[in-house]
Design a protein around this ligand. Structure first.
Ligand SMILES: *Cc1c(COP(=O)(O)O)cnc(C)c1O
Length: 370
């Protein structure tokens, strides 16, 4: 491959700058910069419509949204979660004084394995915090059955799952609450941002209070809230991004299918089953590098990097290996064999709407013929 500008795993999508100017003019004209102004209200409605959900509460980022979602349900004690995720999933538990209990993942989906959840339930367990990893839906029905049996709440970290559908609608309608991220690296971005998807207006009202210091009107504070509000600038960006999201998703799909065509039958390269064409958002292009592939994952990562292709090892290390988690009994590698193996094998390839096809073919060609 020729020397070139480095290729990263993602490149944030930005609509043409001139399309953003009218939004800025409106902000400058009416001087509403934040505190749930008109763009904030419009984006909440537009997202409900696009995603096919009842209520959304916008946030400054998904990490604060997760912290607040857990608070709003008054989750305490122990929460069952996956070690195979971005560290914010478990950090949201620690910020609430909750003990994470790690449960292993399913080797095909790399999502929390429902058959292993029951053995981890104790009298202190109050909730399950699964992740729709790479935007692939969890086994939501099996998880809900366990939650119903043991009277547990379910909060989905749906940071990767923007726009993902299952057979009967948005994947974000499952569980008690779902949290999506609009960070720059995600499928839909507001530079920084996120939202809690809520099934009913009461849940949203409580979350709206908590993200605004616990205020319930001008002179009354009813909860120890935090500042999690999304600004008008970010909300306006979201409204503009929504106009381009169908295009962006279609371009991702094309690129994902191109990888699959070129890598799908390479010995030792496993592509995760995308759960079907209608449902996926192609947020990531993960491969698992396994025997009999001629070299290990880290060697492939390094060789691509030497050629200016910056893949990412999402998710390595596991959350359970970080210093604030590794002392937990559930963090023992013997408890997490599938996640431990996946973390050693996974590589996420560059995928984004304007990744050019020639570059994609070079990347896939290098991997296929190594
Ligand atoms: C990105 C991400 C988050 C955090 O989102 P922010 O908006 O950056 O705070 C949480 N969980 C997962 C799985 C993520 O990928």
């Amino acid at each position: 491959m020729n020397p070139r500008k480095p290729i990263y795993v993602t490149k944030p999508f930005l609509p043409p700058l001139e399309e953003f100017i009218p939004y800025l003019e409106q902000i400058w004209a009416n001087r509403v910069l934040t505190n749930c102004g008109p763009f904030h209200a419009q984006l909440e409605l537009a997202l409900c419509e696009f995603l096919g959900v009842q209520h959304t509460a916008l946030f400054s980022n998904a990490t604060i949204a997760l912290v607040v979602a857990l608070q709003s349900l008054r989750i305490t004690g122990e929460v069952i979660t996956t070690p195979y995720s971005f560290v914010a999933t478990s950090h949201a538990l620690l910020w609430n004084g909750i003990k994470p209990v790690f449960v292993d993942i399913n080797p095909n989906t790399l999502n929390l394995d429902p058959t292993k959840i029951e053995a981890a339930i104790t009298p202190h367990t109050t909730a399950i915090l699964p992740v729709h990893c790479y935007g692939h839906p969890c086994e939501v029905e099996a998880i809900q059955r366990i939650a119903d049996t043991y009277n547990l709440r379910v909060i989905y970290d749906a940071a990767h799952a923007f726009g993902v559908q299952d057979a009967s609608g948005s994947v974000l309608r499952h569980g008690d609450l779902s949290v999506v991220s609009f960070h720059a690296t995600k499928v839909f971005n507001t530079f920084e941002g996120g939202a809690v998807v809520c099934p009913d207006g009461r849940a949203k009202a409580r979350i709206d209070q908590l993200k605004n210091f616990g205020h319930a009107g001008e002179t009354s504070v009813v909860a120890t809230g935090i500042n999690g509000k999304m600004s008008e600038f970010n909300a306006a960006l979201g409204l503009l991004q929504l106009k381009h999201i169908d295009w962006a998703l279609a371009r991702r799909r094309e690129r994902f299918l191109a990888y699959r065509e070129r890598l799908g039958s390479v010995k030792g390269i496993r592509m995760l089953n995308d759960a079907g064409e209608k449902v996926a958002n192609y947020a990531y292009a993960p491969i698992l590098v396994e025997p009999p592939y001629p070299i290990g994952r880290d060697a492939l990562y390094q060789e691509l990097k030497d050629r200016g292709i910056h893949t990412r090892r999402y998710f390595y290390p596991l959350i359970s290996e970080f210093p604030m988690y590794r002392g937990l009994p559930s963090s023992q590698p013997a408890n997490l064999p599938v996640a431990t193996a996946a973390a050693q094998r996974v590589l996420c390839l560059p995928i984004y709407p304007d990744l050019d096809m020639t570059t994609l073919e070079e990347i896939a060609g290098y991997i296929a013929h190594r």
